[in-house]
Write a new protein. Structure first.
Ligand code: HEA
Ligand code: HEA
Ligand code: CUA
Ligand SMILES: [Cu+2]
Lengths: 101, 266, 541, 339
C-alpha cells in the first residue's frame, strides 16, 4: 500500500554520485574542449537530472502513465526548442530545393 | 473490451475500511494516491515547459552573443554556485529521507528530515542573497544603472598576449584591457549584450528562488501536519508530493548551474 | 404523460441555499454554474467592445471614438473574448459539469483544486477588468514587442498579469480533467466507451497543460522587460522581437485548439443524439482529437510568415500547418456520414450543430488559404484573417457552446426553455453571423488591414454590411439570456432524458444529486447505443 | 473589379498579382467544393432521413475503414498540392532578381519614408516605373511595421535593428494603396500612402523634377565628409582605417581569424558598431556611430560606400532569409560555437 521503500544506502549512493558529478562538471568546465564544453556540461546535467528523477522521485517505481507524462513533457520541450531553432539556424540557409526555382 | 472489471458495489466496500483521509469521491486509498501522484507529475510537466521558455531565450542569445555570455558568466563566482549546487543536492537527499521515514511511519524522523531540508533551502537562499547583493554593488542589475566594467576578476585569469597590432599603431588603453581571448565585441556592445545575460540570469534564478520559497512554505505546513501525526504508512501523500516538487526545483538548478556559471571557463 | 414529471426533491441546486454553500462548494456542478455566470458576463463585456468596433467602422472616417480608444476597444475585445470567455467556456462550464457523470464518477479528482481554479479565474478577471477601467490597453491581444514593452503607455502589465493568472486557472482545469479521465472512470468504462466529448476534453486538457506555461513565462519576460527595464526582446538592447512572437504563438496557436476541440466534442454528441445513431468511425473521431492537439504544437510560425522568419522556416511551418487539416477533415466527414440513415430531428441543439458544420468548415477551410505561403503574404493582417478566425471562433466554437448549452440545459436545471424562441435565436445568430463576417473575407482580400480605426472610402459598403449584421447577431445573443432565465421558473419539467440521449449523464435525475449517482454505475454497453435507450425510455414513462 | 459599385476584387498591378490570384482561385475552388459537398450531403441527409415516428433510431453503422482512409488521403494529397503551389509562389516572392532597382523604405510612427538611389526622398508616397523589378529594403526606427502593397500582393514587416526586403514588378501604371499592416500604435490606420506607378519615360521625367540634393550616393558622399569618415578611410589605404574602395562583394579577413563577405548588413554593422568585427591588421579605433546617424543617413552612407565599388554588380543584399544582419548588434558566434 505504501509504495516502494528504497534502502537508505541507495539514497546515499545517489547523493554521492550527484556530488561527484557536480565536481566533474566544474572540473570539465576548466578543460578547454572547444564547443564540446557545452555538450559535456549538458550531458552531465541531464544525467544528474535523470538520477534525481529516477531514484529520488521514485519514477522507477511509478506506473507507465507517470513515465509517459515525463516523456511527454520532454518531448514538447524539444519541439519548442528545435522548431524555433529551425528558424534561427536557417537564416543563412540559401540552397533551396530545385523544384521550387 | 473486457468484462474483468466486475467489481461488486465498490462504493459499499470502501465504507468498510474507511481511512480518515479518504475523500468521498474516491473508492480506495490506492485510487486517491495514484490520482495525486499523476496530478503532481502533470503539474511538474507544466513546470518543465514554464522554464522551457526561458531556456529557449537563453539558447538563442547564448548562440548570438556567446562572448558576452562567456564574459558575464565569468563574473559569477563559481564557489557560490558550486556550493549552492551541493546544498541543493543535499537537501534533495534529506527530502528523500523524509519521504522514506513517512513511508515507514517514523513520525519524528520525518519531521526532523523535513526541518533539515528547509534549513538547507534557507542556506541556498542565503547564498543567493549574497550573490544578488554583489550584483547590486557591481551595477550588474539590468535596468538599474546597469554598467558593464571591463575590469573584473576574470581579466586577471586572462593569459595570452594582447591582439597583434599592425598598421598605424595608435594603441588605446581599451586594447590593453582585452581579456585573454580576443573578443569580437566592443565595450558598448558588451554593455548591451551582457545586460541580456543578466536579464536572463535574474529571471531564471529569481523564478527558481521563488519556487524554493514556495517549497519552503509548503514544507512548513507539511512539517506541522507530520508533527501532528496526520500521516501514516498508508497516507503520506502530501509529504511525497512536496518531495516531488522539491526534487524538481533541484533539477532546475542542476541545469542552471552549468548554463549560467560555466559558459566558458578555460 | 409529460406533466407527470416532477423536479426531484433533492438535487445539487437546493443542497444548501446560503451564499457560502456556493462559494465554498466542492461540487463540480455548482462550480460549473458559477463559471457559466462569470463567463457570460465576460462574453457580454467583450461583445460590447465588438459592438464598439463595428460602430466605429460603419463610416470610413474615425469619427465615433478616437484612434486610441479604438485601439483599446479591439485589444480588450480580443483579450476578454479569448482568455476570459472562449478558453474557459466549454471546458469550465460544460466539461466541469459533465465529465464526472459521463465517466460515472462522483466528482473530479481534485474538487478543491477545481474551486481554486475558479477563484484564480476571478482574480485574473479582476486584474484585467481593473486594467480596463483604469484606462485600458492598446497593444492588440498579441502583445507584440517592442510596442508592448516600450511603445505603449497603457496598462500592459495589469492586463498581462490578469492573463498570467487566468492561465493557471486553465492549467488546473486541464490537470484535473486529465487525472479524472485517467483515474476516476466507473467500472467497465473503458477508453473506447468514453463519449467523444470526453475524448475531446482530454485532448484539450493536454494542450492546456503543455501550452499555457509557455505563455506564462513569456508574460513574465515581457513584464520584467517593461517593468524593470530588463533587456530580453528589445532590439535596442540586442534582443530579438521575433523571439517573442515564437514564444507567444507556441502557446497561442495551440490555444485555438483549446477553443475549438471542446466544441468538436459537443458536436459529436449532438450529431449522434439527434440522428439517434452511433458516431460513424468512433475511433477515428476519438483519435483525431488527439491528433489535432499534438499537431497543433508544430505549426505556430504560420502566424509569422512575413515577420522576418527565414524562407526555409516558413516553408517548414506552412507544410506542417496542413497536418492539422487532415484530422479536422476526418471529423467533418464522419459527422456527415453519421447522418446517413439516421433518424434525424431538428430540435434547437441540432440547429446549432448544423450551423456549426457549415461555419466551422468555412472557417477551417479559409485557414488553408492562410497556411498557403504565397497567399498568406497578401492576406496576412488583413480582414481576411479576421473573418477566418471569427468564422471558427464565433461560427464554430460559440455555435458549439450554445448548442451544448441548449442540449444540457434541461440536465443542469431540470427544465426546458422555449423551443420557439430558441429556434428564432439560433436562426438569427446564423444569419447575423454570416452577414457580419462574410463581407470581411471580401474586404480582406481587397486589402483592408486589421486594427484600422479608419479606412479608405471604397471599403465602406462592405463594412456597413458587416456592422448591420453585427446588430442582428447581437440581438440573437441576447435572446437566450431571456428565455433561459425564464425557463428557470416557468420552463416545462424536463425529466431525466428529454432527448433520448445515450450518455451516462442522462441516467442521473435532472437536476442531478450532489453526488451524481446513487450508486456507482457499472458500464457494460458501448457508447451511443440507442437500442438500449429506447428500451429504457419505455420503461421509464 | 466591382459589382454595383461595390469593389469585390483588388486591382492586379504587378506580375505577382496574377500568380497569387491564380493560387487563390484554385484554393477557393477546392474549398468551395468541399464546403458545398459537406453542406449538400448534410442537408440532403437531414431531409431524407428525417425521423418519422417516436422511438425510431438510426441504422447501426460502425464505420467503414476504406472510406475513412479515402477521406484522409484525398485531403492530404490536395493539401500537399496547395502547399507546393503556395511555396513556389512564395519562393518567387522572396527572391529579388539581381537587376532589380533598389529603393529604401524606413517605417516610423506613423509614416513611410522612401529613398531612391537617385536621391529623391518621399514620405507616404512612392513613385516607381512600370515594368522594372523593384527591390525595397525595409527597416524601422521604432516598433514593428509592415509595408503592404495590396495591388502588388506583397508585404513585409519592418523590424527595428534589421533589414528586411520585398520585391515586385509593377506592370500597370496607376495609383495604388500603401498600408502599414503591423499594428504600431495610435495612428496605425494613418500610416498609409500611395504608390504611383509611372511609365518609364514619365518616371524619368519625375526623377528630373526632384532630386535637388543629388543622388542618394551623392548625399552619402557629403556625409562621408561631414562625419569625418574620410579622415581615416583614405582610398590609398594609408589611413588609420582600411580603404573602402572596391570592398563590396569581397571577403574581408577579420582579426579573430574568421572572415566575412561585405554586404549591406556588414556595412551597416561596421558603421553602427564598428567593433563587432575588426578587420585583420587594424586597431579597433573606429568610433561607433550607433545613435549618431539616422536610418536615412545610414542608408545614404551605405549607398556611397557601395558606389565606391563600381565593379560589384550585385549589391549583395542583406536579406533576412540569408544573413541574420541585425544591424546594430550582429549576433556573433565565435568560430568554435558555430555549428
Ligand atoms: C478556434 C480558433 C481557430 C482554429 C480552430 C483555427 C484553425 C486553423 N487556422 Fe487559424 N487563426 C485563429 C483561430 C483559429 N484558427 C486566430 C484567432 C487567428 C489570428 C490570430 C491573430 O493574428 O490575431 C488565426 C490565424 C491563422 C493564420 C495566420 C494568418 C495570418 O495572420 O497571416 C493561419 C495561417 O496558416 C491559420 C491557419 C489555420 C488552419 C490551417 C487551421 C486548421 O486547424 C483548420 C482545419 C479545418 C479544416 C481544414 C476544415 C474542415 C475540413 C474539411 C471541410 C475537409 C476538406 C479539407 C481539406 C481539403 C484539407 N490561422
Ligand atoms: C471568442 C472570440 C471572439 C468573439 C466571440 C468575437 C465576437 C465579435 N467580434 Fe471579434 N475579435 C476577436 C475574437 C472574438 N470576437 C479577436 C481575438 C480579435 C483580434 C483582436 C486584435 O486584433 O487584437 C477580434 C477582432 C475583431 C474585429 C477586428 C478589429 C480590428 O482589427 O480593427 C472586429 C471587427 O469587426 C470584430 C468584431 C466582432 C463582432 C461584431 C463580434 C460579435 O460576435 C459580438 C456579438 C456580441 C454582442 C453584440 C454582445 C451582446 C449583445 C448585446 C449586449 C446587445 C446589444 C447589442 C446590439 C443590439 C448590437 N472582432
Ligand atoms: Cu506602422 Cu502600423
Ligand atoms: Cu495558428
Amino acid at each position: 500500500m505504501s509504495g516502494h521503500v528504497s534502502p537508505v544506502s541507495l539514497y546515499v549512493t545517489i547523493f554521492l554520485s550527484l556530488m561527484v558529478l557536480t565536481a566533474v562538471t566544474v572540473f570539465a568546465a576548466f578543460v578547454d574542449l572547444g564547443p564540446f564544453n557545452f555538450f559535456v556540461a549538458l550531458v552531465i546535467a541531464c544525467f544528474k537530472a535523470s538520477l534525481v528523477i529516477w531514484f529520488f522521485m521514485h519514477l522507477k517505481y511509478q506506473s507507465a502513465l507517470t513515465k509517459l507524462t515525463v516523456a511527454t513533457g520532454l518531448f514538447f520541450l524539444m519541439i519548442l526548442l528545435t522548431l524555433t531553432m529551425v528558424d534561427y539556424s536557417s537564416k543563412g540557409f540559401t540552397p533551396m530545393p530545385s523544384i521550387l526555382q | 473490451m473486457s468484462n474483468a472489471v466486475v467489481h461488486a458495489d465498490s462504493h459499499g466496500q470502501a465504507h468498510a475500511a474507511h481511512h480518515p483521509a479518504l475523500q468521498h469521491h474516491f473508492d480506495t486509498m490506492g485510487q486517491q494516491k495514484e490520482a495525486a501522484v499523476i496530478g503532481m507529475w502533470v503539474f511538474l510537466l507544466t513546470e518543465i515547459l514554464f522554464f522551457g521558455g526561458l531556456f529557449m531565450a537563453y539558447m538563442l542569445y547564448r548562440t548570438w552573443y556567446f562572448d558576452a555570455f562567456a564574459e558575464a558568466s565569468r563574473s559569477l563566482d563559481i564557489f557560490w554556485g558550486a556550493l549552492n549546487t551541493a546544498v541543493l543536492i543535499a537537501s534533495s537527499l534529506t527530502m528523500a529521507m523524509a519521504v522514506r521515514c513517512a513511508q515507514v511511519n517514523k513520525r519524528m524522523a520525518t519531521v526532523n528530515w523535513l526541518i533539515l531540508t528547509m534549513i538547507l533551502g534557507a542556506v541556498f537562499l542565503g547564498v543567493k542573497v549574497i550573490e544578488y547583493s554583489d550584483k547590486f554593488e557591481h551595477h550588474h542589475v539590468p535596468g538599474l544603472n546597469y554598467k558593464w566594467a571591463a575590469e573584473h576578476p576574470s581579466t586577471a585569469l586572462g593569459a595570452g598576449a594582447p591582439a597583434p597590432v599592425a598598421g598605424a599603431g595608435h594603441a588605446e588603453p581599451a586594447a590593453a584591457a582585452a581579456p585573454h581571448r580576443e573578443l569580437s565585441l566592443s565595450p558598448e556592445q558588451l554593455q548591451l549584450t551582457t545586460q541580456i545575460y543578466f536579464s536572463l540570469y535574474f529571471t531564471m534564478t529569481g523564478l527558481h528562488a521563488l519556487h524554493m520559497i514556495i517549497g519552503i512554505g509548503l514544507m512548513s505546513v507539511i512539517t506541522w501536519m507530520a508533527w501532528k501525526g496526520k500521516f501514516d504508512a498508508e497516507y503520506y501523500t502530501p509529504v511525497e508530493m512536496s518531495g516531488l516538487y522539491w526534487h524538481f526545483v533541484d533539477i532546475v538548478w542542476i541545469f542552471l548551474f552549468p548554463l549560467l556559471y560555466l559558459v566558458e571557463r578555460p | 404523460m409529460l406533466d407527470k414529471l416532477k423536479i426531484p426533491e433533492h438535487h445539487y441546486l437546493n443542497n444548501g441555499h446560503s451564499l457560502k454553500s456556493w462559494l465554498l462548494t466542492k461540487d463540480h456542478k455548482r462550480i460549473a454554474i458559477m463559471y457559466l455566470m462569470s463567463i457570460s458576463v465576460m462574453f457580454f463585456i467583450g461583445g460590447l467592445f465588438g459592438v464598439g468596433i463595428r460602430l466605429e467602422l460603419a463610416t470610413p472616417q474615425g469619427d465615433f471614438v478616437s484612434a486610441d480608444t479604438y485601439n483599446k476597444f479591439f485589444t480588450m475585445h480580443g483579450v476578454i473574448m479569448v482568455f476570459f470567455f472562449l478558453i474557459p467556456s466549454i471546458p469550465a462550464v460544460l466539461g466541469n459539469f459533465l465529465i464526472p457523470p459521463m465517466i460515472g464518477a462522483k466528482d473530479l479528482a481534485f474538487p478543491r483544486i477545481n474551486l481554486i481554479s475558479l477563484y484564480i479565474y476571478w482574480i485574473g478577471g479582476i486584474f484585467t477588468l481593473y486594467a480596463m477601467i483604469a484606462g485600458g490597453v492598446d497593444t492588440g491581444w498579441t502583445f507584440y514587442t517592442p510596442y508592448s514593452a516600450t511603445g505603449s503607455n497603457t496598462n500592459v502589465i495589469p492586463t498581462a498579469i490578469g492573463i498570467f493568472i487566468a492561465g493557471f486557472s486553465s492549467i488546473l482545469t486541464g490537470l484535473n480533467f486529465i487525472v479524472t479521465i485517467h483515474r476516476m472512470r466507473a467500472p467497465g468504462m473503458t477508453w473506447f466507451r468514453l463519449p467523444l466529448f470526453v475524448w475531446a476534453h482530454y485532448a484539450t486538457s493536454l494542450v492546456q497543460v503543455l501550452g499555457t506555461p509557455v505563455i506564462a513565462i513569456t508574460i513574465v519576460m515581457l513584464a520584467v522587460e517593461r517593468g524593470f527595464g530588463f533587456g530580453i526582446f528589445d532590439p535596442a538592447r540586442g534582443g530579438d522581437p521575433v523571439l517573442f512572437q515564437h514564444l507567444f504563438w507556441f502557446y497561442s496557436h495551440p490555444a485555438v485548439y483549446i477553443m475549438i476541440l471542446p466544441a468538436l466534442g459537443v458536436q459529436s454528441e449532438l450529431i449522434s443524439t439527434f440522428s439517434r445513431k452511433r458516431i460513424f468511425g468512433y475511433s477515428f473521431v476519438a483519435f483525431s482529437s488527439l491528433a489535432i492537439a499534438v499537431f497543433g504544437f508544430i505549426v505556430w510560425a504560420h502566424h509569422m510568415f512575413v515577420a522576418g522568419i527565414s524562407t526555409y522556416a516558413a516553408m517548414v511551418f506552412s507544410f506542417l500547418s496542413f497536418s492539422v487539416a487532415i484530422p479536422s477533415a476526418v471529423k467533418t466527414f464522419n459527422w456527415s456520414a453519421t447522418l446517413y440513415k439516421g433518424a434525424i430531428s431538428f430540435e434547437t441543439p441540432m440547429l446549432y450543430a448544423y450551423g456549426f458544420m457549415g461555419l466551422f468548415a468555412i472557417g477551417g477551410l479559409t485557414g488553408l488559404f492562410l497556411a498557403t505561403l504565397g497567399l498568406d503574404v497578401h492576406v496576412h493582417d488583413t480582414y481576411f484573417v479576421v473573418a477566418h478566425f471569427h468564422y471558427i471562433m464565433v461560427g464554430g466554437a460559440i455555435m458549439g457552446y450554445l448548442g451544448g448549452l441548449h442540449f444540457w440545459w434541461p440536465k443542469m436545471t431540470g427544465r426546458m426553455y422555449s423551443e420557439f424562441f430558441s429556434k428564432v435565436s439560433a436562426i438569427m445568430v446564423f444569419v447575423g453571423f454570416n452577414v457580419t463576417f462574410f463581407p470581411q473575407f471580401v474586404v480582406g482580400y481587397l486589402g483592408m488591414p486589421r486594427r484600422y480605426h479608419s479606412y479608405p472610402d471604397e471599403f465602406q459598403v462592405l463594412n456597413v454590411m458587416s456592422s448591420a449584421g453585427a446588430t442582428v447577431l447581437g440581438l440573437g445573443y441576447v435572446l437566450p439570456v431571456i428565455y433561459f432565465l425564464w425557463s428557470l421558473k416557468y420552463g416545462q419539467v424536463a425529466g431525466p432524458n428529454p432527448w433520448g440521449a445515450s450518455g451516462l449523464e442522462w441516467q442521473m435525475q435532472s437536476p442531478p444529486l450532489t453526488e451524481n449517482f446513487v450508486e456507482t454505475p457499472i458500464v457494460n454497453t458501448e457508447p451511443y447505443e440507442y437500442e438500449h435507450v429506447v428500451v429504457k425510455e419505455k420503461h421509464l414513462v | 473589379m466591382s459589382i454595383f459599385g461595390i469593389p469585390i476584387f483588388p486591382d492586379q498591378a504587378s506580375t505577382f498579382a496574377k500568380d497569387v490570384d491564380a493560387l487563390y482561385f484554385f484554393i477557393l475552388a477546392v474549398c468551395a467544393f468541399f464546403a458545398l459537398a459537406v453542406a449538400v450531403s448534410v442537408i440532403y441527409f437531414g431531409i431524407r432521413y428525417h425521423k418519422t415516428h417516436d422511438g425510431e433510431i438510426g441504422a447501426r453503422i460502425e464505420g467503414n475503414l476504406p472510406l475513412e482512409l479515402l477521406w484522409s488521403v484525398i485531403p492530404t494529397v490536395i493539401a500537399m498540392v496547395m502547399f507546393g503551389w503556395g511555396a513556389s509562389v512564395f519562393y518567387h516572392l522572396r527572391r529579388p532578381p539581381d537587376e532589380a532597382m533598389h529603393i529604401y523604405a524606413v517605417g516610423k510612427q506613423w509614416m513611410w519614408k522612401f529613398q531612391h538611389l537617385e536621391g529623391q526622398r518621399e514620405i507616404n508616397e512612392l513613385h516607381i516605373p512600370a515594368g522594372r523589378p523593384i527591390k525595397i529594403t525595409i527597416s524601422s526606427e521604432d516598433v514593428l511595421h509592415s509595408l503592404y502593397f495590396p495591388s502588388f500582393r506583397t508585404k513585409m514587416d519592418a523590424i527595428p535593428g534589421r533589414y528586411t526586403e520585398l520585391w515586385f514588378e509593377a506592370n500597370t501604371p496607376g495609383t495604388y494603396h500603401i498600408f502599414c499592416t503591423e499594428y504600431c500604435g495610435t495612428n496605425h490606420a494613418g500610416m498609409i500612402g500611395s504608390v504611383i506607378v509611372l511609365e518609364p519615360s514619365q518616371y524619368q521625367a519625375w526623377l528630373q523634377g526632384g532630386g535637388l540634393e543629388g543622388t542618394l550616393a551623392q548625399r552619402g558622399a557629403k556625409l562621408f565628409n561631414d562625419q569625418a569618415c574620410v579622415t581615416c578611410h583614405l582610398d590609398t589605404g594609408q589611413g588609420r582605417g582600411p580603404s573602402l574602395k572596391d570592398i563590396v562583394g569581397t571577403t574581408v579577413a577579420l582579426q579573430d581569424g574568421s572572415s566575412v563577405v561585405v554586404d549591406e548588413g556588414y556595412l551597416r554593422e561596421s558603421i553602427l558598431n564598428s567593433q563587432a568585427k575588426i578587420v585583420k591588421g587594424f586597431q579597433p579605433l573606429m568610433p561607433t556611430f550607433q545613435g549618431l546617424i539616422s536610418e536615412e543617413n545610414l542608408v545614404a552612407l551605405i549607398e556611397h560606400v557601395k558606389s565606391m565599388s563600381p565593379k560589384a554588380t550585385t549589391a549583395a543584399p542583406a536579406e533576412t532569409s540569408r544573413t541574420p544582419s541585425r544591424g546594430a548588434l550582429q549576433p556573433t558566434a565565435p568560430a568554435g560555437e558555430k555549428k
